[in-house]
Design a protein around this ligand. Sequence first.
Ligand code: DAT
Ligand code: MG
Length: 151
Amino acid sequence: MAMERTFIAVKPDGVQRGLVGAIIGRFEAKGYKLLALKALVPTKELASTHYEALSSKPFYGGLVDFICSGPVVAMVWGGGDIVKCARAMIGETSPSASAPGSIRGDYGVEVGRNVIHGSDAVATAEREIALWFGDEGVMEWEPTLNQWVYE
Ligand code: DAT
Ligand code: MG
C-alpha cells in the first residue's frame, strides 16, 4: 500500500457552517494522520493559482471569489492510498451526485458550495501542499496506533 500525502481544505462554507470538527473527525476516525493544519483567508493570488487548471471555465472567477470569501482550514493528511480514498470520502464534485455517507453527500447541496477540497492525484497533492504550506514545514511522525490501522 502506497503511503501518500494529500491536501484537504474545508472551504469557507464548511467553516461558516461549523463543519470543521466533523470533517476532521472523519479523517481521524478513518486512521489517517494529520500532518499540517492552519486557518487562513486565502489571497486572490493563492486561490487563483490553486485553481489555475480551471481558469478557462465560466465559473472560475466566482470560484476564486468564493474561496477568498472567508476562513479556510487547510490541512495535509497522510496515509495508505489516501489520495484516492480521501476523494471517495469526499464524494463527487456535485453534492447532488454524491452518495449519502460521503462528506459532500451528507453536508452539501450545490456544486458551488461543496464544503471541501481534496487533491485529485498524487502529483496534484504535492503541488497543492507546496503552494499552501511552502517552507512552513509539514510534519513527519509515526502515530503509535499505526499497528492497529496497518498490517
Ligand atoms: P473537485 O473539487 O471535485 O476536484 P473540480 O476540480 O472539477 O472538482 O472543480 C473545482 C471546484 O470548482 C469544485 O469543487 C466546485 C467548482 N465547480 C466545479 N464545477 C463547477 C460547475 N459546473 N459550476 C460551478 N462550480 C463548479
Ligand atoms: Mg479538483
